[in-house]
Design a protein. Structure first.
Length: 119
């Protein structure tokens, strides 16, 4: 009959701060204080690109219900709301005169989408 052994792990005591490295007595480096996390969120908000701000302003109050799925065979006009399978919600900025392409702003940037020209 095989024998099983039980390994006891040292318990974490609530005394001594609890989140200190037992060997060196220093705080664990993997955990950040709440103030540091708040500071990071604020600096990320300040680093938003002008293009992202433009997208945020253009899509405020708009949901995917307002858009129609992207198809290269459809006709689009400026300010039309597009739902792209990979790129998500977008707004048409400009359609080429020949109808072969259009410029659409998405959350991650502006993309040029090819269209099937209408005859």
């Amino acid at each position: 009959m095989p024998t099983t052994t039980t390994v006891r792990r040292p318990s974490r005591s609530s005394s001594g701060g609890g989140s200190r490295d037992s060997e060196f007595g220093t705080p664990r480096s993997g955990r950040k204080k709440r103030d540091e996390k708040d500071f990071e969120r604020q600096t990320v908000a300040m680093r938003i690109s002008p293009e992202r701000k433009k997208w945020d302003e253009a899509t405020s109050g708009i949901t995917s219900v307002h858009g129609r799925p992207f198809s290269p065979d459809r006709r689009y006009g400026e300010q039309d709301i597009v739902l792209h399978k990979k790129l998500g919600l977008g707004i048409v900025l400009e359609v080429a005169e020949d109808g072969a392409s259009m410029s659409v702003i998405f959350r991650d940037g502006t993309e040029e989408l090819e269209l099937t020209p209408q005859s």
